[in-house]
Design a protein around this ligand. Structure first.
Ligand SMILES: *[C@@H]1O[C@H](CO)[C@@H](O)[C@H](O)[C@H]1NC(C)=O
Ligand SMILES: *[C@@H]1O[C@H](CO)[C@@H](O)[C@H](O)[C@H]1NC(C)=O
Ligand SMILES: *[C@@H]1O[C@H](CO)[C@@H](O)[C@H](O)[C@H]1NC(C)=O
Ligand SMILES: *[C@@H]1O[C@H](CO)[C@@H](O)[C@H](O)[C@H]1NC(C)=O
Ligand SMILES: *[C@@H]1O[C@H](CO)[C@@H](O)[C@H](O)[C@H]1NC(C)=O
Ligand SMILES: *[C@@H]1O[C@H](CO)[C@@H](O)[C@H](O)[C@H]1NC(C)=O
Ligand SMILES: *[C@@H]1O[C@H](CO)[C@@H](O)[C@H](O)[C@H]1NC(C)=O
Length: 406
């Protein structure tokens, strides 16, 4: 592998490098230990990733491009302590919870009782905190530190306990998040249990991708990334602040939301007037929840040959990401809300471009359930869990390869 100096420094500073050296000297220690930046590294074969307790977030993902240059494909910060300092909080690589995406009017009903949760989006004079709840509220899961319960060369597990009443949600929820690397696959399993009362649960992984490692020297946007979602023939209709209206819309062939009939560039429809307003008021781009329509979901072998549910690739780096999941929906956010205020990591960047993430500089792909399904019972989604129910689970596999191998 050809490691740029900054990546080499990172890898050598990782606890696995020191674990390897302590193994040769006979000194072992099973206590999970982060590197000097507070990051926990795991390794596959040609794939390495780092995680931090804050939001159980992925902070780095290293993979070689078609020229053998290691790229860091995810947005994040250089050290774990800065995540809770940065006020912008873009939900960098974390687990949004206990209920990902938006809750209309910050309220929902369970067994005839109305619950009000903390609002944190779209403030108005009458509602200075906002009129809806995004990603579990102002102190949602990805604003808090998880606990590392185990860490090996290839996997890490975090635990989390969300107390009764936090952010207004009823009952306690306990959760385990396991990330592992096998070969060139990043797998994750998210489990959550409502221990005391019925409560909404919906998790996801909110990772900002740039398959050029935010280092493309010809363009610093991700608009040239190609995206294919073969099962995404429909999407959830939203109003101008991205709250689901209850409608499920068809992504007609050839329309700006058609990523199913064939792969197309994220920016292919950027000049099409039909894209204006697609991601809310005066917004050009994508912040949409596409359904994954695979017929009988229950019988579907999500790891099998019928996957992936999404494929994204970049011709510049030649890196391809295939996503497999047991979930039934998929949020795509084209980073139109970025404005150059988020810094790149030391492992990223190209000369001639600012060391920040520009508008359209990344793509967030969130496997999840139908957004705001708790306020749309007509969809028949199970999103409320109680002590008598089984656990909420989410599984996904993100597979990395080079386009030249396909
Ligand atoms: C952590 O990262 C931030 C942002 O890059 C930087 O300002 C800060 O100095 C770093 N802190 C440490 C202890 O390295
Ligand atoms: C979370 O952990 C970081 C160190 O990784 C620390 O700087 C921060 O204060 C912690 N935040 C909370 C809320 O405990
Ligand atoms: C919003 O929720 C409150 C309860 O918190 C309710 O009184 C109000 O009618 C709701 N508004 C709308 C527009 O649904
Ligand atoms: C971009 O980098 C590649 C090598 O990674 C190089 O071949 C190419 O000439 C560079 N292009 C520009 C415009 O600098
Ligand atoms: C982006 O894609 C367009 C259309 O396919 C192509 O003409 C252009 O060269 C690409 N630019 C870069 C920097 O890859
Ligand atoms: C719409 O967005 C453009 C830039 O994307 C901005 O210049 C314009 O002021 C916005 N218009 C309104 C009405 O907010
Ligand atoms: C850029 O976005 C950040 C975070 O959303 C915001 O705080 C900042 O004011 C924006 N800057 C500009 C110049 O729009």
């Amino acid at each position: 592998m050809k490691w740029p100096t900054s990546l080499l420094a990172l890898a050598l500073a990782s606890p696995l490098a020191s674990a390897a050296s302590s193994a040769t000297t006979g000194k072992g220690d099973d206590t999970p230990t982060p590197d000097k930046d507070g990051k926990y590294w795991i390794h596959g074969d040609g794939l390495s990733a780092a995680f931090i307790p804050y939001g159980a977030s992925i902070s780095n993902l290293l993979f070689e491009d078609q020229y053998g240059i290691v790229r860091d494909l995810v947005g994040g910060f250089d050290n774990a302590s800065y995540y809770s300092v940065d006020k912008q909080h873009p939900h960098f690589g974390g687990v949004p919870g206990r209920y990902a995406n938006r809750i209309k009017n910050s309220s929902f009903e369970i067994d005839g009782q109305t619950y009000k949760v903390a609002a944190n989006e779209n403030p108005t004079p009458a509602n200075p905190d906002g009129i809806d709840t995004l990603h579990g509220g102002p102190d949602g899961w990805d604003w808090r530190n998880f606990t590392v319960v185990s860490h090996s060369d290839s996997s890490i597990t975090f635990s989390f306990e969300d107390p009764d009443g936090k952010e207004g949600f009823p009952g306690e929820v306990v959760s385990l998040i396991t990330y592992s690397l096998t070969g060139r696959d990043w797998d994750f399993t998210m489990v959550a249990l409502a221990t005391t009362e019925k409560t909404p649960i919906m998790l996801s992984s909110h990772t900002y991708w740039n398959l050029d490692g935010f280092a493309n020297n010809e363009t610093n946007t991700a608009l040239n990334h190609s995206l294919h979602m073969p099962y995404g023939r429909r999407r959830i209709g939203v109003d101008n602040i991205l709250i689901p209206t209850g409608e499920i819309l068809s992504n007609d062939r050839g329309s700006v939301n058609d990523f199913w009939s064939e792969p197309r560039q994220i920016g292919a429809a950027l000049q099409d007037p039909a894209l204006l307003g697609n991601c809310g008021f005066n917004c050009t781009g994508y912040d949409n929840c596409y359904t994954i329509d695979r017929g009988n979901q229950g019988d579907f072998d999500w790891r099998g040959d019928d996957g992936p549910v999404a494929t994204m690739s970049s011709a510049w780096s030649g890196i391809q990401l295939d996503i497999f999941t047991d979930q039934v929906a998929f949020q795509v956010y084209s980073c139109h809300g970025q404005n150059g205020s988020m810094a790149l990591k030391q492992t990223q960047g190209a000369t001639d471009f600012p060391r920040t993430i520009p508008k359209y500089g990344c793509v967030v792909l969130e496997v999840e359930d139908y957004i705001d399904g708790i306020n749309n019972p007509q969809w028949g989604r199970k999103q409320v869990y109680g002590p008598l129910d089984g656990p909420y689970t989410l599984q996904a596999k993100y597979r990395f390869s080079l386009t030249s191998e396909h």
